[in-house]
Design a binder for this molecule. Structure first.
Ligand SMILES: CC(C)(O)[C@@H](O)C(=O)O
Ligand SMILES: [Mg+2]
Length: 754
């Protein structure tokens, strides 16, 4: 064992002495067990990470139960949303390198046998992946999970009280960024913006669209470094506990088998990750991060390879900001392994790649693809909860572990009976009740389970669903289910609401026996007033999947694909000889119509020398319909740190120019940016790239179908300008000054040389 270096032999007595003092050794037998690092990224600064302290402790307990000795350490994490629009964003991409280096440091200094990584947001996932590839000890990724979408408006046609009404319009972080632009143009009042601010990010977790964090966590499934469900099971959903348990069990297993990240993340596995990425219209940042992770895995993954994949793989799924779907909808439609299932049937995946399940990607897909005849019961029931809207009960008097002071939800279900298999099954049952989905409730019982309801006993999924159906109909949305406790045992509590808002407990459900896969063997409804009086609510209900949607519309079959090619493209041409990236999935039909049938945009450039310059200029009306907005000196070296440009892209949308201008930069974008925004132009201005030679009024031609971007200026004129070109210097000190000296351009993943 690698850890024997620090724990075996008489000369390691001092080391053992310190380990005992650290409190991580429970018995002498621990010195024979694998030492498992839990690389956590808990911080209060990011909603995606705020709950990770509890998660880290849970995983620690589960690793111990699985036979390992767990030791936690933490990394830093930058919240891109909070760092957005000011100089803090310069630190975002560089933080990825710090994370990779600090994880490497901890692993090598303490000779761990294996690692569980608990990242969540944008750079923390690739930072940890880079370290895992570099140090190459068995590793499983299990992130903190996505945030639920916010409710922007409830359904006005519903006759239920406001707090029980289904949601009609969703919102997310990007709605708030857009709201800022809309306020400036008078399309939103300050009161409306405040309401949006308060409701768009309702829970902990990584922001609810296919932004960078979720894109990266989904990619981990296709790469084989995370278990099925990692990218889409909501942070506040009880389903995530099962994922943490399985991650803990798997890491001990992988250590036994010595199955290491570089055995998993092969060239073919990176192809699979990119194939998924272009099929689901992931964030443009995934290109940067995947290139960087591959380099650490010792694979020379060329950006041209991404181009090749994106030319032959269709776009099957679009999520916010490219559509109104959110990650929770992808989950309910079957999750990442259902998208992968479609890609497998299309023959574009390398299914023999081995993964952290110990099985191949193809085998994982067979078990977890909801559309496969071999899909397991477990996979089917995991889809039950993790839905869309939250139950907003004005009478809730939840404790501080359930809600933040401003009302947002923290993962109380994870703290209530943590990792208890019965509690998880009951949570799913409650989710089915709140969704009025009798079939989902029935499915939890499999073919043979029994549900006792008064003097009746229903047997098997179909009979149980048929029995519950009329009860749900009768309840008309006024009965809601919540996880609770009766004498230390998990139960489901059914609340009867009145239209006035008052509520009372009418029944509870208790599980008597559970099958190993998580299906219920025997459960019973109880109405005994003595039990009902004693029951203690957990303080949080599963999400109410009030948004009805067609799973086949959310995750499409190839014959109904959004586009025949992928949702991300690499553009070359004389402006970007080493490539640039655009999320074609996020380009609106109106922009395409403005381009004409050839989907070619040609216009004069309006140059901004920095992001700040661009923000001021766009708001001052310097960009007009038909223009190409250029923002330069914002590359990895020039920025330095390659800022995300969410403010200028949101202002363009907010000012009504979203369908009429293109934006080109050597910087990068938020995963929340949609529109004709082309980033990562390489080489960047700071290394003498052609983007630095442009002058106001030059014409630029962007040919999307042929993936080319050309400056329409005489080459002799460009050569003359090159002679006169001078580097723009930004005064710097500290970490960023060191970073600038070492960083490579975006086509090489913005990694550090050396
Ligand atoms: C803040 C965001 C939306 O998470 C952004 O950082 C991204 O890259 O997607
Ligand atoms: Mg980001």
């Amino acid at each position: 064992m690698r850890s024997d270096t620090i724990k075996k032999g008489f000369e390691r007595a001092p080391h053992r002495s310190l380990l005992r003092a650290a409190g991580v050794i429970e018995s002498e037998a621990d010195f024979d067990k694998p030492f498992i690092a839990i690389a956590n990224s808990y911080t209060d600064c990011i909603p995606g990470h705020a709950h990770l302290n509890e998660i880290g402790q849970l995983v620690k307990r589960l690793v111990r139960e699985a036979g390992g000795v767990p030791l936690i350490f933490n990394t830093i994490g930058v919240d891109d949303g909070i760092a957005m629009g000011h100089s803090g964003m310069n630190y975002s991409l560089p933080s990825r390198e710090l994370i990779a280096d600090c994880v490497e440091t901890m692993l090598r200094a303490h000779c761990f046998d294996g690692m569980v990584c608990i990242p969540n947001c944008d750079k923390i996932v690739p930072g940890m992946l880079m370290a895992a590839m570099r140090v190459n000890i068995p590793t499983v990724f299990v992130s903190g999970g996505p945030m639920a979408a916010g409710i922007a408006q409830t359904d006005p046609s519903s006759d239920l009280p406001e707090h029980l009404r289904p949601a009609a319009v969703k919102s997310d972080l990007i709605s708030v960024f857009k709201g800022v632009g809309a306020l400036q143009t008078g399309n939103l009042t300050p009161e409306q913006l405040l309401k949006l601010e308060q409701s768009a990010c309702p829970t902990c977790g990584s922001c609810s669209g296919m932004f960078t964090a979720n894109s990266m966590n989904c990619l981990c499934e296709a790469l084989g470094m995370a278990l099925p469900g990692n990218g889409t099971i909501l942070a506040v959903s009880k389903e995530r506990e099962q994922l943490y348990r399985r991650a803990a069990e798997q890491i001990v297993e992988l250590v036994k088998r010595d199955l290491k990240p570089r055995d998993i993340a092969t060239l073919e596995a990176f192809d699979n990750a990119i194939t998924l990425d272009v099929a689901m219209g992931g964030s443009t940042n995934t290109v940067l991060h995947t290139l960087a992770v591959a380099r650490e895995a010792g694979i020379d993954y060329d950006i041209a390879r991404i181009d090749g994949i994106s030319r032959r793989v269709p776009c099957l799924c679009k999520v916010s900001p490219s559509s109104d779907y959110h990650i929770q909808d992808v989950h309910r439609a079957g999750g990442i392994h259902t998208i992968l299932g479609e890609l497998k049937r299309l023959g574009v995946l390398k299914t023999s790649c081995v993964t952290v399940t110990g099985k191949t990607l193809g085998e994982n897909i067979d078990a977890w693809d909801l559309r496969s005849p071999t899909c397991t019961d477990e996979a089917k029931i995991v889809r039950t909860s993790g839905a869309s809207a939250l139950v907003l009960d004005p009478n809730d008097k939840l404790g501080p572990t359930a809600r933040t002071a401003t009302g947002n939800l923290v993962p109380k279900p994870l703290l209530f009976h943590p990792a208890d298999a019965r509690a998880i099954a009951l949570w799913r049952f409650a989710a089915g009740v709140n969704a009025n989905d009798a079939a989902a409730c029935g499915a939890l019982f499999g073919a043979k389970g029994e549900l006792i309801f008064g003097d009746k006993a229903w047997h098997g999924a179909a009979e149980i669903a048929a029995g519950l159906q009329p009860k749900f109909k009768q309840a008309r949305g006024l009965v809601r289910a919540e996880l609770g406790e009766l004498r230390g045992t998990p139960v489901v509590i059914h609340w009867q609401y009145e239209k006035s808002g008052s509520k009372k407990v009418i029944s509870l459900v208790r599980i008597n026996r559970l099958h190993a896969v998580g299906t219920i063997a025997r459960a019973a409804y109880e109405t005994d007033p003595k039990s009902l009086a004693l029951v203690k609510p957990a303080g949080l209900m599963p999400h109410d999947p009030a948004f009805r949607f067609d799973p086949q519309h959310c995750i499409r079959t190839p014959d109904k694909a959004y586009t025949a090619d992928g949702g991300l493209s690499i553009l070359y041409g004389n402006l970007a000889p080493e490539g640039s990236v655009v999320k074609t999935a996020g380009i609106s039909d109106a922009f395409k119509a403005n381009c004409g049938p050839g989907f070619v945009f040609e216009g004069p450039v309006v140059i901004f020398e920095s992001q700040d310059d661009a923000c001021a200029g766009i708001l001052a009306g310097k960009a007009k319909a038909g223009d190409v907005v250029i923002i330069r000196n914002e590359g990895p070296r020039g920025g330095p740190g390659m800022q995300e440009m969410l403010s200028p892209t949101s202002y363009i949308v907010g000012m009504g120019l979203g369908d009429k201008v293109a934006l080109v930069t050597d910087g990068r974008f938020s995963g929340g940016t949609a529109g004709a925004c082309i980033g990562h132009v390489s080489p960047e201005a700071a290394e003498g790239g052609p983007i630095g030679l442009l002058r106001d009024g030059d014409r630029l031609r962007i040919d999307f179908p042929n993936r080319k971007m050309d400056i329409l200026v005489d080459p002799a004129e460009l050569a003359k300008r090159r002679q006169a070109w001078k580097q723009t210097e930004r005064p710097l000190n500290g970490w960023l000054a060191r970073y600038r000296k070492l960083v490579n351009n975006a086509s090489k993943g913005g990694t550090l040389a050396g």
